[in-house]
Write a protein that binds this ligand. Structure first.
Ligand code: NAD
Ligand code: UDX
Length: 460
């Protein structure tokens, strides 16, 4: 197989954008074009001002700045990019279905299929097609069926190359991955993709498997990670009633090298575009093979996570004398984790929704999430009218303004800056008694209690 000269990636989102930027950075002799139907997104990727990239990730501006215009291009001309490429990554969204069979569980594969059909229609030369999106096991079979039946004599090889980056650390994860996973049937096609990654990833960290193992491993990796968070969150509730401290329990068990220390941080609940979607998908697949015990086992990870979000909101209501009606609750953070502007499935959305049902006034400050996104997230739930959401929720650009006059502060995202605020000054401006509900175990209990706050943290 000749070495790859031109790569196209369909989908310029949180995965396609950063992943291709790093591939281009590390392979200056390969031309990489990222295409998307979303013109605003492509305009953002092409913005002269690197602060305006559509995805916020520490270090991404430097990578894009280095490669863009040299061998990294962003475009809306999908057909042209397909036509010219030797290798095409598909990195489009695969959300949970909101209609029809599998609604609320199965992955919606319409965008993937559209890409396959477009590739089939446009390609005039042989291509390697790489699944970068997270997909149900055996999706490659459907892609193959579409691509092998064009009748135009073009040969396609399909590879699975799931992405394991985490948001907020995407650039360091891409620069230094624990492993790169490539699944496929054709040795030459696999080797062509191995060569792209070998530009910076040591060979022993590039794992190759068959297609189905690769597709399934991605769902399983996310399920295992999320399961750890739900496991420690389940223990956090037990800690609260027994006097144990969940951080101490995490430290104690995490020192066991068989358990390991990572992903044991109790929280208000995991969010993000991947964990819930991928577990629901795993549950759906297991059920579709009649593996009821398997499906029930993994579903419990989601049930516990939902419970944790509700529990956090209910504790706020209970502690504020069983009513939050007309009370000001200042939210510190809206993103699903720190160092990202992504809010998909963020716990903050659900906690806010619960408090708004009780007619609380929610004032939100997040360093990276704009007001329109916060309203969009709440409107999307459909719990109340957009007017009602705007009446009850105020978004501010200054954390001190959010906290001034608040009955309680709720920490929903673990942004580092929250630790550095002048909490003594904040105490002066908040209503008394002044409550802090720390959903991230970020702030120091001793310091806040010394200042006179009433401090609640998950798992204490
Ligand atoms: P995203 O929504 O940010 O980006 C997807 C992009 O694809 C959108 O900009 C959309 O306009 C574009 N698109 C959809 N259909 C298209 C088409 N037919 N032609 C051109 N463009 C099209 O999604 P994302 O977060 O980048 O996730 C992409 C995939 O990667 C998903 O399968 C996801 O599960 C997986 N993944 C995501 C993460 C993550 O951290 N976000 C990590 C690993 C894997
Ligand atoms: C996840 C996977 O980590 C990544 O490998 C995959 O490619 C995409 O899905 P992401 O969702 O971006 O990445 O972030 P992650 O760091 O996994 O955090 C997910 C959620 O779990 C966040 O809401 C985070 O705050 C929460 N979390 C994580 C905890 O509550 N406790 C922990 O110990 C770890």
């Amino acid at each position: 197989m000749k070495s790859i000269k031109k790569i196209t990636c369909i989908g310029a989102g949180y995965v396609g954008g950063p992943t291709m930027s790093v591939i281009a950075q590390k392979n200056p002799n390969v031309e990489v074009t990222v295409v998307d139907v979303n013109t605003a997104r492509i305009a953002g990727w092409n913005d002269e001002n690197l602060d305006n990239l559509p995805v916020y990730e520490p270090g991404l501006d430097g990578v894009v700045g280095e490669a863009r215009g040299r061998n990294l291009f962003f475009s809306t001309d999908v057909d042209k990019a397909i036509d010219e490429a030797d290798m095409i990554f598909i990195s489009v969204n695969t959300p949970t279905k909101t209609y029809g069979k599998g609604k609320g569980q199965a992955a919606d594969l319409k965008y993937i299929e559209l890409c396959a059909r477009q590739i089939a229609a446009v390609a005039k030369s042989d291509k390697i097609v790489v699944e970068k999106s997270t997909l149900p096991v055996r999706t490659a079979e459907a892609l193959k069926s579409i691509l092998d039946n064009t009748g135009n004599g073009v040969n396609f090889h399909i590879l699975s190359n799931p992405e394991f980056l985490a948001e907020g650390t995407a650039v360091t994860d891409l620069h230094n991955p624990d492993r790169v996973l490539i699944g496929g049937e054709n040795a030459e096609a696999i080797e062509a993709l191995v060569q792209v990654y070998e530009a910076w990833v040591p060979r022993e960290r590039i794992l190759t498997t068959n297609l189905w193992s690769s597709e399934l491993s991605k769902l399983v990796a996310n399920a295992f990670l999320a399961q750890r968070v739900s496991s420690i969150n389940a223990i956090s509730e037990l800690c609260e009633v027994t006097g144990a401290n969940v951080d101490e329990v995490s430290r104690a068990i995490g020192h066991d090298s068989r358990i390991g220390a990572k992903f044991l941080k109790a929280s208000v609940g995991f969010g993000g575009s991947c964990f819930q979607k991928d577990i629901l998908n795993l549950v759906y697949i297991a059920r579709s093979y009649n593996l009821t015990a398997v499906a029930d086992y993994w579903e419990q990870v989601i049930i516990l996570n939902d419970h944790q979000k509700v529990r956090f909101a209910e504790n706020i209501i209970k502690t504020l004398y069983n009513t939050v009606n007309g009370k000001n609750i200042a939210f510190l953070g809206w993103a699903f984790k720190k160092d990202t502007n992504d809010t998909r499935e963020s716990a903050a959305i659900y906690v806010a929704d619960h408090l708004l049902d009780e007619e609380a006034n929610v004032i939100v400050y997040d360093p990276k999430v704009p007001a329109e996104q916060i309203y969009k997230d709440l409107d999307y739930l459909g719990t109340r009218s957009p007017e009602e959401n705007r009446r009850l929720v105020r978004v501010v650009n200054d954390p001190y303004e959010a906290l001034s006059g608040a009955h309680a502060a709720a920490v929903l995202t673990e942004w580092d800056e929250f630790k550095d605020y002048d909490w003594a000054k904040i105490k002066e401006t908040m209503k008394r008694p002044s409550f802090v509900f720390d959903g991230r175990k970020l702030l120091g209990r001793t310091e806040l209690e010394e200042l006179g706050f009433i401090y609640y943290a998950i798992g204490e």
